[in-house]
Design a protein. Structure first.
Length: 119
């Protein structure tokens, strides 16, 4: 059994932003740290939480590192994101850390540009 993690440990490990901003973001633009395997389902509700990937954590898919280091990561709500993606949901509510905002805004501009080209 894994030892219980306290708030200070988790905050030091995953959170650098002093504040979080509510947003609606494209599901396909977001990156979880670990891509859920699909064997489980989220029973929680509410916005997902996104933070700057200040530790440069590599993404894993089914427990295997895939070589992708996302600029920002979903630190809470990975299963909610996965469920939304599986349903074909286009947008999802998120709380975005202010330290991730610059990267989120750049990704939104890039996303809009690609969407415009696809027509």
């Amino acid at each position: 059994m894994r030892p219980c993690r306290n708030k200070d440990y988790l905050q030091k490990r995953w959170v650098v932003s002093p504040e979080f901003i509510p947003m609606q973001l494209p599901v396909a633009m977001l990156h979880p740290v670990r891509i859920p395997s699909g064997r489980s389902h989220s029973y929680s509700v509410g916005p997902i939480v996104i933070e700057d990937n200040f530790r440069k954590v590599e993404q894993t898919d089914a427990g295997v590192k895939n070589g992708f280091v996302p600029p920002f990561v979903i630190i809470d709500g990975q299963h909610r994101w996965y469920d939304a993606r599986q349903r074909g949901q286009k947008m999802i509510r998120a709380l975005v850390g202010v330290n991730a905002m610059k990267k989120i805004n750049a990704a939104l501009l890039q996303w809009a540009s690609k969407k415009k080209k696809r027509g």
